[in-house]
Design a protein around this ligand. Structure first.
Ligand code: NDP
Ligand code: PYC
Length: 341
């Protein structure tokens, strides 16, 4: 993994980065509200060092908006379907504004029933998934989310790609510390990281992907040029990826990763799929969930664990609060050009 020299980066205040990204989104065709939600999401990923879904994604957002593939001004339609079920039609827009529109109703249901599901369809998700679950854990709730993406992963034992990179994110409160959060693609590597490696001319470890004929390759450019990714962990990751297709698409009414055709929209980058979020109120269990989380973490650490999932991001977040959010200088130039400043 290459290291960026200090002189090649800028440090920018989080609020300034968010404002810059908002300007870009509005300039390239979103409503002010959609721009606000996406800019906060993307700036948060950059702040936390989640680089495969930070400002690296902005040119993709811009090209997808320009292609007419996504509706940047969509107004989500929220439906109160049952005591534990909220459905949202994102209107061909982004998934995060759909979540924002349904959030209050969802949490109200969770507090009443102890559990509720948010099923988003007709949506585009181009971001990290942890920003969608972590805020629930900040409020004392447990949240699990899945989203499917675009065909680029060969199911274990199959001959051609079918699944998306299909991440799973989970967040739970933990007494005395930040929430426990993990967020992982079910592919051996996120597509974004393959793109970053290709851009840097780096090779990948074995077991990540195959070329267009199904032969193993460590070359990210070969994977991107007609090749495909593999699920992580063989048949186990493949089963989880299948579960994500079922929950994020079949259950929500969204498209499977292989069901949409963006070929008539050159520049389209955002998967047109679905997202499921399950939120649970652990207070309904009668015990002290957050104390129990704390105990589990304590035991894991006593067993020798040095790094919890989420911890690296929290550390990066602290550094960004102290020094400003780190962005490569070249990237900042691109962002300012896209903002027209
Ligand atoms: P990583 O493999 O980098 O990390 C997965 C999880 O494991 C994270 O929670 C991470 O915590 C944790 N982790 C990593 N290394 C360790 C370690 N050594 N010990 C303990 N925990 C560790 O993520 P992926 O590459 O799989 O995914 C990257 C991003 O891509 C995700 O945010 C995902 O949502 C996004 N994505 C989005 C898609 C979409 O369709 N929108 C599709 C696919 C991926 P930490 O964060 O603290 O490093
Ligand atoms: O990194 O795999 C990925 C991805 C797909 C859609 C958005 N991110």
């Amino acid at each position: 993994m290459s290291v960026t020299p200090d002189h090649a980066v800028e440090h920018i205040a989080f609020a300034d980065l968010q404002a810059l990204l908002e300007t870009i989104f509005v300039r390239h065709g979103t409503s002010a509200e959609v721009a606000r939600v996406l800019a906060f999401n993307c700036a948060s990923a950059q702040r936390d060092g989640a680089h495969s879904h930070g400002v690296f994604r902005i040119p993709g957002y811009v090209s997808t908006l320009a292609s007419g593939w996504v509706n940047g001004k969509a107004t989500p339609v929220v439906e109160d379907v049952a005591s534990g079920f909220v459905r949202v039609d994102a209107g061909g827009g982004f998934a995060q504004p759909a979540l924002a529109a349904a959030r209050e109703l969802l949490v109200q249901k969770v507090r009443e029933a102890g559990i509720a599901v948010l099923a988003i369809h007709n949506s585009h998700h181009f971001a990290a998934l942890w920003p969608d679950v972590e805020p629930f854990a900040d409020e004392g709730l447990v949240a699990l989310s899945v989203v499917n993406s675009m065909t680029c992963v060969v199911p274990h034992g199959a001959k051609r790609p079918l699944f998306g990179t299909n991440p799973i994110a989970f967040a739970a409160p933990c007494a005395g510390s930040d929430p426990i959060v993990f967020d992982m693609a079910t592919s051996a590597m996120a597509h974004g990281d393959v793109q970053i490696a290709a851009r840097k001319g780096e090779q990948l470890p074995p077991g990540i992907g195959v070329d267009r004929d199904g032969n193993p390759t460590c070359d990210p450019a070969t994977i991107l040029d007609g090749g495909a990714l593999l699920p992580f962990g063989g048949h186990k990751g493949s089963a989880l990826s299948m579960m994500v297709e079922l929950l994020a698409a079949a259950l929500t009414g969204g498209h499977f990763s292989f069901e949409f055709d963006w070929s008539k929209h050159p520049g389209a980058k955002t998967p047109w799929t679905g997202q499921l979020i399950i939120v649970i109120d652990p207070q309904k269990s009668g015990g002290s969930f957050a104390q129990r989380s704390h105990e589990l973490v304590r035991q894991m650490q006593e067993a020798g664990l040095k790094r919890l999932p989420g911890e690296r991001r929290y550390r990066e977040r602290e550094l960004s609060a102290r020094d400003g959010v780190m962005v490569e200088r070249e990237e900042m130039q691109r962002l300012r050009a896209l903002a027209g400043i």
